[in-house]
Design a protein around this ligand. Structure first.
Ligand code: ZN
Length: 64
């Protein structure tokens, strides 16, 4: 099942509305790390990774 992460769930203070999408958890985590660079985050720390992981949710399926 496809995964998605709302940037605003990882860091509500950023006010960022970006949504990261991926086919797998691995892909969505990689894209999230990419997106983090746009916030000036060069290194994804274990603490940040944990926040990102907990923000992962399944993309609602069955879009017509
Ligand atoms: Zn963002």
């Amino acid at each position: 099942m496809a995964k998605m992460i709302d940037c605003s769930k990882v860091d509500p203070s950023s006010g960022c509305k970006y949504v990261v999408r991926g086919e797998t958890e691995e892909e969505v985590l990689r894209k999230a790390a990419d997106h983090a660079k746009e916030h000036g985050i060069r290194e994804v720390t274990p603490e940040l990774m944990q926040k990102v992981r907990s923000a992962i949710r399944d993309e609602p399926a069955g879009q017509p």
